[in-house]
Write a protein that binds this ligand. Structure first.
Ligand code: ADP
Ligand code: MG
Length: 258
């Protein structure tokens, strides 16, 4: 069997070669006993390189839980998660954090910008935290941050303190921040719920460009699948279960566009 070295460990490949992340028979239970909440049931899901997968479902259906497990922020109670061909359960916490930082960009439900930094500095933050650049950024990184902000209609606001931005603008800055490291996978939890129609189009155009030019994969949750016009697949999550034809392999079966 083919293996990969990571943190000095030899780990077996356990997913298809094109998959950025895959979940197999994943369950998640919060708590235990009678008060335990079974948030995810038997989830099979694969996200391939350059693919956009939308997870649609009402509040409480398990979207955030699913995204946190696929993004290695939380662990499954049962089942396997494979990211970049590595079995996540076999990684130490540190190795998992390193892999996460290396390959994933997150857009959380709330933007959580630092209000005393400018929009541009907020976008550059992941690179600063990695020690790739010093405070304020420099040449290429700086230009990339400005280019991302401009593509999201925020060219003027790049210099504004985040405290001056409205909620929709903050959300777009958070989207640029998720893309600045050129991640292989973007995990975005209801990223477009606060955007008007014009901003939504800009975000979808930017995501499509990232897919095309960098092969970026996207796993995005939404309550309204009409918002995610560019998705290759839309999966329905209901009470922690993915609905598919006959309930079989919904993670792959509901391919909308090749
Ligand atoms: P969604 O994002 O679709 O609203 P969530 O993944 O947040 O759904 O929640 C799925 C279910 O798991 C809900 O019943 C929720 O109350 C429960 N849940 C989520 N997080 C926790 C937690 N940390 N502890 C206990 N229950 C939780
Ligand atoms: Mg949620």
């Amino acid at each position: 069997m083919e293996t990969t070295q990571f943190h000095g460990k030899r780990l077996a490949h356990a997913s298809a070669p094109g998959d950025v992340v895959s979940l197999a028979r994943v369950h998640k239970v919060y708590g235990s006993g009678l008060s335990g909440v079974h948030a995810l049931h038997d989830i099979d899901l694969q996200v391939g390189s350059g693919e956009m997968v939308a997870v649609c479902g009402p509040g409480g259906s398990g979207k955030t839980t699913l995204l946190q497990i696929a993004g290695m922020l939380d662990t499954a109670t049962e089942g396997n998660v494979v990211a970049a061909s590595l079995l996540v359960a076999r990684l130490s916490e540190q190795a998992r954090a390193d892999l996460r930082a290396e390959m994933i960009g997150f857009v959380f439900q709330f933007p959580n910008l630092l209000p005393f930094l400018t929009a541009r500095e907020n976008v550059l933050l992941p690179l600063m935290l990695r020690g790739c650049i010093r405070h304020g950024g420099h040449g290429a990184a700086h230009e990339r941050a400005d280019a991302l902000l401009a593509q999201l209609g925020l060219a003027t606001q790049a210099r504004y303190d985040a405290a001056r931005l409205d909620p929709g603008q903050c959300q777009r800055v958070a989207i640029a921040r998720a893309l600045i490291t050129r991640p292989r996978l973007v995990v975005a939890d209801e990223p477009v719920s606060r955007l008007d129609g014009g901003s939504l189009r800009l975000v979808m155009d930017l995501f499509a460009r990232q897919q095309r030019e960098h092969g970026t994969a996207f796993l995005i949750s939404t309550r309204d699948q009409r918002q995610l016009t560019g998705a290759n697949r839309c999966l329905q999550l209901r009470d922690g279960r993915l609905d598919g034809p006959d309930g079989v392999d919904a993670g792959r079966a509901l391919r909308v566009r090749p």
